[in-house]
Design a protein around this ligand. Structure first.
Ligand code: NAD
Ligand code: SER
Length: 319
C-alpha cells in the first residue's frame, strides 16, 4: 500500500481508519473522501469530495493521486437502509461496482467491509461458521452478501486483490455511528456519562457480537497487509471480539457508574433486524489465515470507552 483512497472517510470507521493509515504510512499518501465536507473537528490532510456512485469521480481521484489501494467504506447501514432500500441498493451495490471497475482498470487492491448482517434467520445462530447459509431478510444484508460475491468475482475473473471482513457491531467514541442496529452499544456510553440513564431500543437479552474500534481498524490493516498466499476466503472473513446483550453491557457500565439506570423502549424494526442476525460468529478462519486476534473484551472496552469518551465530552464542553 503506497497511495491509499478511503471512501466514506468521515463515517464511524473512516474517522479512525484514516488516522491509523496516516500514522502507519506517509500522511500525505492517504486521501480521505466522502460526500460530506470535513469540519474543523475532522483531522487535517488530503480530502476530496467523491460520490462513490459516480464512476467519473472515483476514476478521477484514483488517477490524480495514483492510488493503489482503496478502503471502500461508503455505505448505508442496516437501519437507514431498511428505511431507504432503493438508495441503499444504489449506494451499497452501485458504489461498490464503480469502485471495483476503477480498481480493475487502475490495478488497485480493495478492502470492502461486510457485516454480520450478511447472515439471516436460516443461518446457524450460534458460532456461525465462516462458510454457511446466507439468506438475509434486510436490504442491508442483501447488499452485503451480493457485495461479498461481487468482490470474489472481481478477484477470480479480473485478478483484483479484493479482501474483506464481516464486522460485528462496532463501538467507538471518535465519530458517531451512522444508523445501524447495533448503535445502542455506542449511544449507551454517551447517555451513561451525560445523564446516568439510557433507553435502549433493543430487548435486554438480544445477544450480538461486538467489537471495539481499535480492533476493527487493526483487522482492516492486518488483512490488507496479509500474505495473499495464505488467504483462502478473502470476501469476507468472520471477525469477532466481544459477545454480549444490552443487559450485560448495562451491568458492566454500572461497575464504573453505579447510579446508571437502563430502560427499554423496543423499536420493532431494529429488533427484527437484530433477531435475524447470529448470536455469535466463529472467526477461526481469520485466526488461521491471517492471525486475527482481538485485543479488547467487554471489560477492557467498557473501561477504555468510558475514560476516553468522558475526556472528549469534557473537552467539547470547554470549547
Ligand atoms: P457510517 O455510516 O458511519 O459512514 C459511512 C460514510 O459514507 C458517511 O460518512 C457517509 O457520508 C458516506 N457516504 C454515504 N453515501 C456515500 C456516497 N454515495 N459516496 C461517498 N460516501 C458516501 O458507516 P461506518 O460505520 O463507517 O461503516 C463503513 C462500512 O463498514 C460500511 O460498509 C458498513 O456496512 C460496514 N460495517 C460497519 C459496521 C459498524 O458497526 N459501524 C459493522 C459492520 C459493517
Ligand atoms: N453495526 C452495523 C449495523 O447495525 C452492522 O453491520 O448496521
Amino acid at each position: 500500500m503506497k497511495r491509499i483512497l478511503v471512501t466514506g472517510a468521515l463515517g464511524q470507521i473512516g474517522a479512525e481508519l484514516v488516522l491509523a493509515l496516516r500514522e502507519r504510512y506517509e500522511p500525505d499518501a492517504v486521501v480521505a473522501s466522502d460526500i460530506r465536507i470535513p469540519t474543523d473537528r475532522d483531522p487535517p490532510g488530503p480530502f476530496e469530495y467523491v460520490d462513490c456512485t459516480e464512476l467519473r469521480q472515483v476514476k478521477e481521484v484514483v488517477r490524480k493521486y495514483d492510488v493503489d489501494t482503496i478502503f471502500h467504506l461508503a455505505a448505508l447501514l442496516s437501519a437507514v437502509a431498511e428505511g431507504k432500500p432503493r438508495v441503499a441498493w444504489e449506494v451499497n451495490m452501485g458504489g461498490l461496482y464503480k469502485v471495483l471497475e476503477v480498481a480493475r482498470e487502475s490495478h488497485c487492491a480493495v478492502f470492502h467491509p461486510s457485516s454480520i448482517g450478511a447472515f439471516g434467520p436460516s443461518t446457524p445462530r450460534m458460532s456461525t461458521p465462516q462458510d454457511t447459509i446466507q439468506r438475509p431478510t434486510t436490504m442491508y444484508g442483501v447488499t452485503k452478501v451480493a457485495g461479498e460475491l461481487l468482490c470474489d468475482y472481481y478477484y477470480h475473473r479480473f485478478g483484483v486483490d479484493t479482501r474483506g471482513v464481516r464486522y460485528p457491531g462496532l463501538i467507538s467514541y471518535v465519530a458517531p455511528p451512522g444508523g445501524g442496529t447495533t448503535d445502542y452499544a455506542v449511544e449507551i456510553f454517551y447517555d451513561a456519562i451525560r445523564n446516568q440513564r439510557y433507553t435502549c431500543f433493543l430487548k435486554s437479552d438480544t445477544c450480538l457480537d461486538m467489537m471495539y474500534m481499535p480492533d476493527a481498524i487493526k483487522a482492516a490493516i492486518d488483512l490488507m497487509e496479509a500474505d495473499p498466499s495464505r488467504l483462502e476466503h478473502r470476501n469476507a472473513f468472520n471477525v469477532a471480539a466481544a459477545n454480549f446483550t444490552p443487559d450485560a453491557l448495562a451491568k458492566e457500565i454500572q461497575k464504573h457508574i453505579p447510579d446508571f439506570q437502563m430502560e427499554y423502549d423496543v423499536d420493532p424494526v431494529r429488533q427484527d433486524i437484530a433477531d435475524s442476525w447470529p448470536d455469535s460468529i466463529d472467526d477461526s478462519a481469520a485466526r488461521s489465515e491471517w492471525d486475527w486476534a482481538p485485543s479488547y473484551d467487554l471489560e477492557s472496552m467498557t473501561r477504555d470507552m468510558l475514560e476516553n469518551l468522558a475526556k472528549k465530552l469534557k473537552k467539547e464542553k470547554r470549547l
